[in-house]
Design a protein around this ligand. Structure first.
Ligand code: ZN
Ligand code: ZN
Ligand code: ZN
Length: 400
């Protein structure tokens, strides 16, 4: 009886911090749902919106999670508080200092008697003689405009006359002024407050960090379904998984799996906008050469170039291609069930995990916590095999 250790290694090293974000997010079912939604939208941004009934809120969160507008604010706060997202200024909001309501209205007062009975008029300048007066002084009974100083008719705005400002008249004390006093009325609690008392707050756009989005996609949509499959097939999995190399370095793979007999599988995952290139195969080979797993897999989404395939065949790395995770899982099942060991013929009827339907991380106690992944990044002597170093492979790592 063989023990299989199946290792799925990711070529692009995930930073420790983004793995920690995933650990935190994976404990919060609402945040998982929200990130699933953002991945499906290929966007890491949440725009605020104002509604006269509900106030400021995040409509995407409301619809994706079926929560109230108020709850949407609390949910995005959790993302920001854990450092997985940042806030970007979108709008200024004036709030009531008594009840914090954002439903406020401005009122203009006479600066002399405090009355709110004000009339506002546009001031018109008659250019030929420089006369300036409120528009009502220019309007005669027949609605033609005539200068109150020189009595000549006004001809065309912008040519012989223009608007030069506004003028307020107090209908209580009769005084005139150009700047009224402002106060505010809270429509929530009904209290008045002045400009010095009001609270200025911001409504922000929420931007989930790219590394958090990328890591969530990788962990949740790819590694977790693959790990689930391996566990179903009887493997003992670690993700990320570590294997000590002959060089003395410990190498990190996306998944490392074993069975009771001690065979080891190393599995890496690469996603590319088009096709995964040779460099990804070489990077995996550099680690494989040092760690000698019994079999190495490279999962390529959506596929791999012909050159990549040739290299993989040359280095005995099995390539699993797929445009969707269902396809990848289905091909992995075929590959793994063809192997001797506990996997053979077992649990093949289990459903492949589809993006958006896979379960949160509970029940996956085999998964190595991110703290355990601080192993040295491989610095394999690649000269002997003509392979590039195990540096992160950029072209295959962009999700958006
Ligand atoms: Zn005039
Ligand atoms: Zn007044
Ligand atoms: Zn109030």
């Amino acid at each position: 009886m063989f023990t299989w250790l199946v290792g799925v290694a990711v070529l692009e090293q995930t930073s420790k911090s983004s793995q920690q974000y995933f650990q935190m997010i994976s404990k919060d079912s609402q945040l998982i749902k929200l990130l699933e939604y953002l991945v499906s939208k290929k966007s890491g941004e949440l725009q605020p919106a104002f509604d006269i009934v509900t106030g400021y809120h995040y409509p995407d969160v409301v619809s994706a999670l079926s929560v109230t507008p108020k709850e949407s604010l609390e949910i995005v706060k959790r993302l920001v508080a854990m450092g997985a997202a940042t806030e970007e200024y979108t709008e200024q909001v004036i709030r009531c200092p008594y009840c914090n309501s954002e439903y406020t209205t401005v009122r203009f007062h006479c600066p002399f008697c405090n009355s709110k009975r004000l009339s506002k008029e546009v001031l018109i300048e008659h250019k030929p003689d420089g006369a300036i007066a409120p528009v009502s002084k220019y309007v005669k009974g027949d609605k033609k405009m005539v200068c109150p100083v020189c009595n000549k008719p006004l001809v065309e705005e912008g040519k012989d006359y223009r608007a030069v400002g506004v003028w307020y008249s107090c209908m209580s004390c009769g005084k005139q002024f150009d700047t009224p006093k402002n106060t505010y009325l809270c429509l929530g609690c009904g209290k008045d407050f002045s400009t010095p008392e009001l609270i200025i707050s911001f409504v922000n756009k929420i931007v989930v960090k790219k590394e958090v989005m990328d890591d969530f996609f990788k962990q949740y949509f790819v590694l977790q379904p693959v790990t689930d499959l391996l566990v179903q097939l009887g493997f003992n999995c670690q993700s990320p998984g570590l294997i000590a190399g002959k060089s003395g370095y410990t190498h990190t793979f996306n998944i490392v799996a074993k069975d009771g007999g001690g065979k080891t599988y190393a599995i890496d995952f690469v996603k590319s906008e088009s096709y995964v290139e040779e460099s990804s195969v070489l990077a995996l080979f550099a680690k494989v050469l040092d760690t000698k797993p019994d079999q190495a897999y490279l999962i390529c989404i959506p596929g791999i170039t012909e050159g990549g395939k040739r290299f993989a065949a040359m280095y005995n790395i099995k390539v699993v291609e797929g445009g969707t995770m269902a396809e990848v899982i289905s091909k992995m099942k075929v590959q793994l069930s063809g192997q001797p060991g506990p996997a053979a013929g077992s649990v093949l009827e289990s459903e492949a995990a589809e993006p958006g339907t896979s379960k949160p991380i509970e029940g996956k106690s085999e998964i190595t916590p991110p703290e355990a992944t601080g192993g040295a990044e491989p610095s394999v002597g690649t000269a002997s095999v003509g392979a590039p170093t195990g540096k992160p492979q950029k072209s295959g790592s962009r999700l958006f």
